[in-house]
Design a protein around this ligand. Structure first.
Ligand SMILES: O=C(O)[C@H](O)[C@@H](O)[C@H](O)[C@H](O)COP(=O)(O)O
Length: 300
């Protein structure tokens, strides 16, 4: 078994797909990784034709996940704020926000260029912003209210509209921001290219509000769409579609807990199901990194 000393695995350390064809990286202590043979052929074949991305999978102990996620987000943020003076980041709901907590500690809280952040939601529940189910409220209370991001750079949905109207409104606004060059878009397909997409995954393998077997998983035209029968409450939500999610420069999938081990196995394991879970359809143009804890990785 080959051991590799690695104290600073960050997004800068790229894993060409070829090298991933024979290994998965597992965290075995605070700074050691071991690689073990794992066939990534199936993973490769699950990717869209156009996909040439890099994929990394890392398994963490307890607090290490939040520490590493903060460094990853900070590195991506610094990259974009220094290169083009803006950083567009999309947040999910759920446990993700808690895993971003180390961004509120030194050095990040003082050194990140928060004024250049532009914050969006990968998906949002159609409830008032003050409602306890609101992803905006979750992120605002847990992160955004504690850092100096200009309020005009925080793009919440219009919570006075029903689901369909809120989705249309969010897409229209994003189109406006693409026109104004706040959000980059791909010349090839016209879809917005967000700098960083931060995703969670449910035990059923859903990402954003794209649920297994739901027709929204197939949406190819819309940037933002809506659902009124979400199996995870609340039922009414808006969500980015896969063409937008998969157009991102960087994507992190943050997945923890034993309850998600089956879905993780189904997406990353050796014998992959022919019917892909939504998480298995996350196949971005750019880099994808899975942040797992031991529970979520327990069946790999
Ligand atoms: O609004 C939502 O419900 C989310 O955006 C959803 O996609 C979430 O990210 C996953 O369900 C994982 O949530 P947990 O990490 O809390 O399990």
């Amino acid at each position: 078994m080959a051991y590799t000393q690695s104290t600073h695995l960050s997004y800068n350390l790229r894993f060409p797909l070829a090298s991933l064809s024979s290994r998965i990286l597992h965290r075995s202590s605070s700074n050691l990784f071991f690689s073990r043979p794992l066939t990534f052929q199936a993973l490769k074949s699950s990717m869209a034709d156009t996909n040439t991305n890099n994929v990394a999978v890392q398994v963490f102990e307890k607090d290490d996940l939040a520490v590493s996620l903060a460094k990853y987000v900070a590195d991506v943020s610094n990259n974009f704020t220094s290169q083009r003076g803006a950083f567009t980041v999309c947040l999910s709901g759920g446990s993700l926000i808690n895993y971003l907590r180390k961004l509120l500690e030194p050095p990040y809280v003082d050194t990140l260029e928060w004024s250049k952040w532009h914050v969006f939601w990968v998906d949002e529940r159609v409830v008032p912003k003050t409602h306890q189910d609101s992803n905006y409220k979750l992120a605002f209370d847990g992160l955004l209210s504690k850092v100096p991001i200009p309020s005009g750079n925080i793009y919440a949905i219009n919570d006075t509209l029903p689901a369909e109207g809120a989705a249309d409104d969010y897409e229209t606004y994003i189109r406006h921001l693409v026109k104004n060059n706040v959000i980059v878009s791909s010349p090839a397909n016209g879809f917005p290219k967000f700098d960083l997409m931060l995703l969670g995954m449910g035990p059923d393998g859903h990402v954003a509000s794209l649920f297994p077997g739901h027709p929204l998983v197939e949406e190819k035209q819309r940037w933002v769409t809506y659902i009124t029968d979400s199996p995870k409450p609340p039922p009414e939500r808006i969500t980015f579609t896969f063409p937008v999610i998969n157009n991102s420069a960087y994507t992190a999938l943050v997945v923890t807990g034993k309850g998600k081990a089956d879905a993780v196995h189904s997406v990353l394991g050796k014998s992959q199901n022919s019917v892909k879970l939504p998480a298995g359809l996350v196949s971005p143009e750019g880099e994808l990194k899975w942040f797992l804890d031991k529970g979520a990785a327990s069946k790999l």
